[in-house]
Design a protein around this ligand. Structure first.
Ligand code: AMP
Length: 213
């Protein structure tokens, strides 16, 4: 399947993408993960985006499109892809549309996870991430067995630089200003599927219905 996951930070896009991958072997492509890996490597790309990301601001459309143009043409995308955190602005959505037309590909849908702001803030401020393997924890609902240590790989678990309250407020503002308009964009394209939950079962059911319909 070829699906865009839309929704504010913390809506559950990554978790849903990982579950949908199991259905048909589509790959999850998270632009946030690609950029975080570049920062961890200390590459030129990483140095370029580090400050904007830590503050919760978007990196430039050009930079993201350069990454995605290459990524979408890699072999593992043949089976389908779940775009997690991309596109994030109207210019990115327009550029993606043009790119897919050039590649002769069509999206199945844009899935919007429409989750209330209070839920998002609570989830993000309590989220912790392993610095090594990226496993996600939550201090309330999914604490690690040993405080501060990853159950999976034994490395240190931290609060992401962009998950402080200040950065989260900014990310939500950025989402409202720059990304939320994509909901209307994809509705106009006839591609929008909107759900008010990040629970797996109803989300998978909505996707299946769309793919079969
Ligand atoms: P995420 O993990 O999707 O919440 O992304 C984390 C951060 O990476 C964002 O706050 C942005 O700074 C940057 N980022 C990820 N995807 C994009 C995108 N499509 N356009 C611009 N910036 C992005």
């Amino acid at each position: 399947m070829k699906v865009i996951l839309l929704g504010p930070p913390g809506a559950g896009k990554g978790t849903i993408a990982k579950a949908l991958m199991q259905l048909d072997g589509s790959v999850q492509i998270s632009t946030g993960d690609i950029l975080r890996a570049a920062i961890a490597e200390g590459s030129d790309l990483g140095k370029q985006v580090e400050a904007a990301m830590a503050a919760g601001n978007l990196v430039t459309d050009q930079l993201i499109m350069d990454i995605m143009e290459q990524r979408l043409q890699q072999e593992d995308c043949q089976q389908g892809y779940l775009l997690d955190g991309f596109p994030r602005t109207i210019p990115q959505a327009e550029a993606l549309k043009a790119l897919l037309a050039r590649l002769g590909e069509k999206l199945d849908c844009a899935l919007e996870l429409d989750i209330p702001r209070e839920v998002i803030i609570d989830r993000l401020t309590t989220r912790r991430t392993c610095t090594n393997c990226g496993e996600i924890y939550n201090v309330k609902s999914k604490p690690p067995k040993v405080d501060g240590i990853c159950d999976v790989c034994g490395n240190v678990i931290v609060q992401r630089a962009d998950e402080t309250e200040e950065a989260i407020e900014n990310r939500l503002q950025v989402y409202n200003d720059q990304t939320a308009p994509l909901v209307d964009f994809y509705r106009d394209e006839g591609l929008l599927v909107s759900v008010q939950t990040s629970d797996l079962e109803p989300v998978v059911a909505a996707i299946r219905e769309r793919l079969q319909g």
